[in-house]
Design a protein around this ligand. Structure first.
Ligand SMILES: *Cc1c(COP(=O)(O)O)cnc(C)c1O
Length: 849
């Protein structure tokens, strides 16, 4: 319960207008979830600003608003409080309320296992006292504290708080605010090493919790973790150590018996032994939570025996090794809440102990925030997974490293699938694997990989949805979730998967599909696109160079690959060694290839390219027959295919017909003289969309797979959806007087008072400078014009007509925001080019997600 006057008092706040509601049931930071009785908190940080949503929050029924800027909307009927900084205000409120009520605080921190530990402590204390424990699951840091306390009531004697940190300095702020009586530290791992550096740094930050405790308090420390154990020297409070099989601890669990639905153990406390105990939490690792709860209970004079009894009623939390019934009575173990290497290893250890008689399937998404430990961490988990799992499915680029490590460990490649979209992960599990009652599927991943969606799709019983962890952030996400990127490309792998599947549907059954993934898959990322395309109906891959082909082979792709461009003879060794086919269009070159191939004792696969009227790479139709006669003699060349390329399938159907006829005039005599081709192909996207008489037995689909039309002249199916978006954030906003010049060369001057926002991207990212620039971008779902010259790393937009634009707001350069969309076609028109060039000229330094 939140009182308006407590907020005003704690935060030195000011009322804006009349106080209407004076008591609120909860805080609310997502405008979409605002409602009756809630106090909407508008947040502002260098990552963004949610003051823009105040109007909506009020419309949705919020009874109050806390803000640090005057709202520019009607606030009649709601209480509005003005504060300097909303997060500071809320933290001050938490401090005030805890002090007023005299509630004792138990703080839990660590790299993982915080929520389970808090839940166990809550269970033990609740048996004897009135306890408040609301776990804010989706958020770490200072803001999580007041959000967790909103529903605190005067009768609550204790509160159990998860103290997660995302930024240096936060722990000190939090402990000063809540003044914990008890501090529990679970373990120190690699989570957030991107921000903190070494785990040792993280330990220093977390240690603040125990440094702060008073001599009357207690620090509960995990003895088995070196960094945590060492904290015992840094507290004035009593220290209780806990451990598994570690003699010398105050509370020790031993003889653990790990089962599918729980864990059995014996316990030693002082001279006492408690044998044959059990908790319904799977995984030995969870015993740390149990031991912590016993220790906290002891501090408040709750006998071990009592606590052990109540802990039998615990149940797993959503997304933490939570067993659920899956399709065909398989067992899903949903561990999708979050992931870092140690918790993943712990989950695999558990799987190892219970897998006997089952097929163990490990489904893993990317782990986040690991910084320099990312590769190491993913590989470490992969090595262990190779020992434990019968089948590994990875989703995402980082997680694919895990599959590579398993492969290096000697795991059979047929038992590893590396995927790149939720859709493919689900389809693979549902369609290719045929889950049965002997299967245990362990599903894990970092929050952004949203692996709970995979669990959800595999549930036997719909009603179990309630048991899933939720990760659908609202529009406040950018402000509360860390993000450090200046500009980035987002790839919708699910859209890609459906585009490929849709294209497949357009083709006759006996026609194969080559996915053209040259130029890093038209800027979309060649490896992820290739893997996704192969899973959704493509059988062949087309690239532009040996390097592009090798990138795919390196990523473990063994599908056939054709280089559609010139390949120098010196690169032949690699082509043969990696079984890569090349385009052949010249007899002299064919002879050199043949000679080189003979020296290597290999055979080179080629597709002969016939120029039927494009005037580019190829052997002329009239010379083709004679060339083939000579090719026959070359023993080390295997002619696998023949193809041609259309020059104007998008605009000149008659000419295309001529090209087809030309091609046929080459094919006919060749077939008569018993040349057989495994692959005969001609059509690109325009050809595919233009008709089916040119499909032969393979097509080469490029641009349409990326959801872009090859030409305005052809009907483009609405089912094909753009795959790429390009985004950035506002770096600065300023009000400039009339006549103020902007950018190099002063090519633009403000004509009146204008509000100008600076964006952190420029031509060195591929945001074109000349001869023409992008004309508009999207901010707050509205169009803002680009003004002045684009610099190497910066550019400016005019946001005078868009209210409330502030630093950190998302800006869309390509793609959709709200109801507005900027398409690659539109940008192409601005730049005087085609959509192909728009997507391929975003430079490689821009990260793809
Ligand atoms: C790029 C390319 C394609 C794909 O063309 P789209 O218009 O993108 O479908 C097909 N064939 C060859 C030879 C190409 O170079």
């Amino acid at each position: 319960m939140i009182s308006l006057y407590d907020i005003l008092e704690a935060a030195n706040g000011q009322l804006y207008g009349e106080p209407v509601a004076q008591i609120f049931t909860d805080f609310c930071i997502d405008p979409d979830k605002a409602g009756e009785g809630l106090l909407y908190v508008a947040l502002r940080s260098d990552r963004g600003d949610t003051h823009q949503y105040i109007e909506e929050a009020i419309k949705n029924g919020a009874s109050g608003v806390i803000c640090s800027k005057p709202p520019n909307c009607d606030t009649d009927g709601v209480s509005v409080v003005f504060v300097q900084d909303a997060v500071d205000a809320l933290v001050a409120w938490a401090h005030l309320v805890l002090g007023k009520l005299g509630t004792k605080v138990i703080g839990v921190t660590g790299s993982s296992g915080k929520s389970v530990t808090a839940a166990a402590i809550n269970r033990v204390l609740s048996k004897h006292h009135s306890v408040h424990c609301h776990i804010v699951d989706y958020l770490d840091g200072q803001l999580s504290v007041p959000l967790a306390l909103a529903r605190l009531k005067p009768e609550h004697k204790y509160v159990v708080l998860k103290l997660g940190i995302a930024q240096p300095g936060e722990m000190a702020e939090m402990v000063q605010a809540v003044q914990p009586d008890v501090g529990v530290i679970t373990h120190i791992g690699y989570a957030h090493t991107d921000t903190f550096g070494e785990p040792e740094q993280i330990a220093l930050e977390k240690r603040i919790l125990v440094e702060y405790l008073s001599p009357n308090g207690v620090a509960v420390l995990n003895y088995d973790d070196d960094l945590v154990r060492a904290m015992g020297k840094h507290t004035r409070a009593e220290v209780m150590t806990i451990g598994i099989d570690s003699f010398g601890t105050d509370l020790m669990a031993f003889n653990a018996v790990v089962g599918l639905n729980g864990t059995g153990f014996d316990l030693r406390y002082g001279g006492e032994r408690y044998v044959g105990r059990w908790v319904p939490l799977p995984g030995k690792y969870n015993l740390y939570a149990v031991l912590s709860a016993l220790a906290v209970g002891l501090h408040y004079d709750i006998p071990v025996e009592d606590s052990l009894k109540t802990l039998k009623e615990l149940s797993p939390l959503p997304g933490r090794l939570n067993p659920l019934i899956g399709l065909n009575n398989s067992l899903l173990v949903d561990d999708s809440h979050t992931a870092e290497p140690q918790s993943a290893l712990a989950a695999l250890d558990w799987l190892d102990t219970i897998k006997e008689g089952h097929r163990a399937i490990f489904v893993m998404g990317d782990m986040e925030n690991l910084g320099a430990y990312s590769q190491f961490g993913h590989r470490q988990v992969g090595q262990r997974a190779a020992e434990v799992a019968d089948l590994i499915i990875t989703e995402g680029t980082e997680a694919s490293l895990l599959g590579r490590a398993a492969l290096d460990q000697g795991m059979d490649p047929s038992r590893i699938r590396s995927l790149h979209s939720t859709q493919d992960t689900i389809a693979t599990l549902k369609e290719n694997i045929e889950l049965n009652e002997k299967d245990i599927v362990l599903i894990k991943g970092g929050p952004s990989s949203r692996m709970e969606l995979v669990t959800q799709s595999l549930l036997m019983d719909e009603s179990d949805h309630e048991q899933l962890t939720r990760r659908d952030f609202g529009r406040e996400a950018p402000v509360i979730v860390q993000h450090t990127r200046a500009n980035w490309v987002e790839i919708d792998t699910n859209a890609l998967a459906s585009n490929v599947a849709f294209t497949r549907e357009m083709l006759d059954d006996d026609v194969m599909m080559m996915a053209v993934v040259k130029s890093d898959a038209y800027g979309h990322g060649a490896v992820a696109v290739s893997k996704t395309a192969l899973l959704n109906g493509a059988e062949y891959l087309g690239v532009a160079s040996i390097n592009e082909a090798l990138e795919l082979r390196d990523a473990g792709i063994d599908a056939p690959i054709l280089i559609l461009n010139h390949m120098p003879v010196f690169a032949l060794r690699q082509a043969i060694r990696h079984n890569i086919a090349i385009a052949l269009y010249d007899l002299d070159m064919a002879r050199s290839y043949d000679r080189a191939a003979r020296e290597l004792h290999g055979k080179l696969r080629v597709h002969v390219k016939v120029d039927t009227g494009m005037g580019r790479l190829g052997v002329l139709a009239e010379e083709a027959i004679s060339m083939f006669r000579h090719l026959k003699a070359l023993q080390n060349i295997e002619i696998e295919g023949i193809y041609t390329h259309f020059s104007s399938a998008d605009e000149n159907l008659e000419y295309t017909e001529e090209q087809i006829e030309n091609f046929n005039s080459v094919l006919r005599p060749l077939r008569a003289s018993e040349f057989e081709f495994k692959y005969v192909h001609a059509a690109n996207s325009a050809g595919i969309l233009g008709g089916s008489n040119n499909h032969f037995n393979m097509v080469r689909a490029g641009i349409m797979l990326y959801g872009l039309r090859p030409s305005n002249m052809l009907d483009f199916p609405a089912e094909l959806k753009p795959v790429m978006s390009w985004k950035t954030v506002v770096a600065q906003v300023r009000d400039l007087p009339p006549g103020y010049p902007i950018g190099y060369g002063n090519t633009y001057s403000t004509s009146e008072n204008e509000r100008i926002a600076i964006l952190p991207l420029g031509y060195a990212d591929g945001f074109r400078r000349s001869p023409q620039t992008w004309r508009e971008v999207l901010v707050h779902g509205q169009r803002a014009p680009v003004v002045g010259r684009v610099s190497m790393e910066k550019c400016a937009i005019n946001v005078t007509d868009i209210s409330g634009v502030s630093v950190g707001d998302e800006v869309v350069l390509l793609g959709s925001q709200g109801d507005e969309t900027i398409t690659a076609d539109e940008v192409a028109e601005w730049l005087g080019t085609i959509n192909y060039e728009v997507v391929t000229s975003i430079l490689p330094r821009v990260p793809r997600y």
